[in-house]
Structures are given as structure tokens and as C-alpha cells.
Design a protein around this ligand. Sequence first.
Ligand code: NAD
Length: 439
Amino acid sequence: MKIAVVGTGYVGLVTGTCFAETGNNVTCIDIDAAKVKKLSGGEITIYEPGLEHLFLRNLREGRLHFTTDLAAGIKEAQVIFLALPTPPGKDGAADLSYVLQVADNLGDLLTDYKVIVDKSTVPVGTADKVHAAIARKYKGDFDVASNPEFLREGVAVDDFMKPDRVVIGTTSERARKIFRDLYAPFVRQGNPVLFMDERSAELSKYAANAFLATKITFMNEIARLCELFGADVDMVRRAIGSDERIGKRFLFPGIGYGGSCFPKDVQALHRSASEAGYQFRILDSVMHVNEAQKVYIVPKIQRYFKGRLEGRKIAIWGLAFKPNTDDIREAPALYIIDALLREGVEVHVFDPEAMGHVKKLLGDRITYGEDQYEILEEADAIVICTEWSVFRTPDFEKMAAALAQKVIFDGRNVFEVSQMQDLGYYYESVGRHPAAIMD
Ligand code: NAD
């Protein structure tokens, strides 16, 4: 099948590459000429495990193309996926200008039947708006469907190739047939392709992300209680996670959720609920708790150093909002760095993939290390913000030799408390006992 993907970011590039991998001929379109040039030349623009290999193979074998020319890119396509940004706009509502602008352009360009697919996360009613924008100019036959994307950065290729489910919102039988064919190779193990109306599909994506953000936030509040009551959140997590009704996943407490999706999707769902006259109270709390959670480790650091942070050197391990991605959008590390800089701390950072993006944002306000040990030289403390695997079993001797003080604030519960106690660290994590008594 001939496919066009408009927008070649995290979702667009993974979508385009994975559809090419199952034999389709895919053209990815982006307005960012520099990005298109890199991609056409075989240079991958995001870090995503397993993607580069597939990307290069499909590029080489001529099934994957990149262009800035929307007209040429969609000309032959039967299906056009819109994987465009939907950032928070006014009052937290999703900004649909990217999607509607392209829909408007498509109105000028369509000449035959095509299915236009909203893959971006968009509020309920967007398929109708996209349809109306195209229909203003194009009077022929076309369908607009909603096919929200559930992939997770860091495991995006696996998620796309073996989705738990595919959600398709369209009542058009002609479009359904195309989707059945397109997704058949991805659901060979029997995972469902769920056909529904456009509005239910649009709401499903927000409901999924809002639920997951709520689950994380609930555990973060339980972790706070554990600290107050002297309980251990690891034990509580295991105890409740063994209950199948609750499930083991998304129960790990930490310094809050970030990324390009949860914060904006929770906000957007809350906003569209209130526009529809409904006050989504749980989401009010989720947003407030998460904002506070991102920096809740900072007062712990202040307390340990008795308020004297000025001039101290603090090393940050991890900048990305989660491991296995270079994405720093809404990353808790950025909020912590900002708070520490305001206290006069000298901040040194290391992340295996995300340093380039942070350099663009913060420049020389902080210092970047070549590796995780270099930044520990004479440091007063380490703050762990992302649970990259390389941080899990580090060279403790090397760490001890470099650090000025053996102090760790772990925002991701990477280490066992008993282990840190044995190694002689002052160690504070989330929802667990500290590893040494403050004097
Ligand atoms: P992104 O910012 O990484 O990529 C968007 C791309 O669109 C950029 O390359 C940009 O240059 C391009 N673009 C902007 N305007 C354009 C135009 N007029 N024509 C062509 N290209 C244009 O965004 P993303 O993370 O891929 O997210 C895209 C959508 O998918 C959002 O709605 C997001 O909420 C949703 N989503 C994201 C994820 C994720 O993990 N990142 C997961 C599921 C859903």
C-alpha cells in the first residue's frame, strides 16, 4: 500500500518506518528541511532503540522516502497519517493549528479518494473538524479516521510492531477495509483491532494516558505517606501489585511523570471536560500533585545541607524524562536543575543520550560530563533523575574515590537502601527509609 505520513517526529518516524517494514511504500513529509535532509541521507534524527536498523534497511530498499513537499508526498498515497504536534495551547487545550493547517492544505491537494488519519493525540471532535477543513475546498469522496498512537518512547518500535491493541475510529466501511489490511501484519498474534466511532477513539487515547498518569500519581502520594509513617513503599507496591485487579505496572514512585504526552494530555482532557461543562476533579489533583512531585527532592537536599547550598557542587545522573530516550520535554531533571541553580549550586550533569538537547536549552549555565563518573569529582552529592540501566550497577569504588561527600538523593529508587547503608552512603530515595541518620 502507498502511505504518506505528515510530521516526522517520534511518532511519524516510527510509524513510517514500521509501515515500510511490513512492505508498504511510505513517504514521510516534514516542514523541517534540515530534518528531511538528514533523514534522506540516512541520518536518524531521534534516539529510539531498534529504530535505526529498520530505518536504514527500508531506506536502502527504497520503501521509505522523505520530502518537504506535501503535494508530491501525498499524491499517490491511499492513506495519509497526520503525526503532527498538538502542544498545549491556550488554557491547556490542545493546539490544533498544525493539524488543521495541514487539513486545509489537503483540501487544495486531494484529487481522488484517500483516508486521512489523525494519529496525533487530539481532542474529541477533531476528526469532524479535519473533515470540515478538507471539505471546504475538496468536494470529492474522502474519509477522516482517528487512529490514536499508544507507543511509548524507549520501546516505540516494539510497541508499534506488536501493539496490545489498535484503535480505529471510523464508521466508513471502505476505510475499515484499508485499516484491516494495513494492520494485519501487526496483530498476527491475535491482539485486537478495535473499530469504533471517531469520538470514542479520540477519547480512548486521553483516557489511557490520564489513567496511567493518575496511577503514577497515586503511588507518588502513597510514597509520601510511607515517608511520614515510616513504611517502605517497595513493600506496599509489591503487596498491592500482586492483586490482579491493580496489576504490577505503573506502581513505581518517583519524581513525577514528564515527557511530551502525560502532562499535556492530562491538561488537555481536563480542559476539554471543563469546556463541555464537567469539572474533572481527579485530574485537577493529579496535575497539582505531579507539579509538586517534580521538585519534592529539593527540600530534602536543602535539609541535608542545612540550607547552605550556595557554591556546592551537585552531580545529576539522568536528564531524559525516562530511560532509553533522548526526550527532555517536561523532564523532572530540568525542574530540579532550575531549583538548584537558583540556590547557587554548581550543577554538573550526565545523561547517555539527552545531553545535546539540554545543552541547547541551558548552554553553559551547567557543566556536562563525558561520562557518569567525571562529574562526581569533588561533588557534594549525586541526584538521580532518570533510571538509565548504566546507573543501576555503577563502579562504587570509583564513585567513592571521586565524591567529596558520599551523599545520594535518588529520585528513581535505583538502589537498594540496605546496599547503600553497607556502602556508607547518606541515601535518600522516594518513599523509603533514608540509609543513614542525619546528624
Ligand atoms: P514531534 O514534535 O516529535 O514531531 C512532530 C513533527 O511534525 C516535527 O518533525 C515537525 O517538524 C513536524 N511538523 C510540524 N508542522 C508540520 C507541517 N505543517 N507539515 C509537516 N510536518 C510538520 O511530535 P511527536 O512526539 O511525534 O508527537 C506527534 C503527535 O503524536 C502528538 O499529538 C503527540 O501527542 C502524539 N503522540 C506522541 C507520542 C510520543 O511518545 N511522542 C506517543 C503517542 C502519541
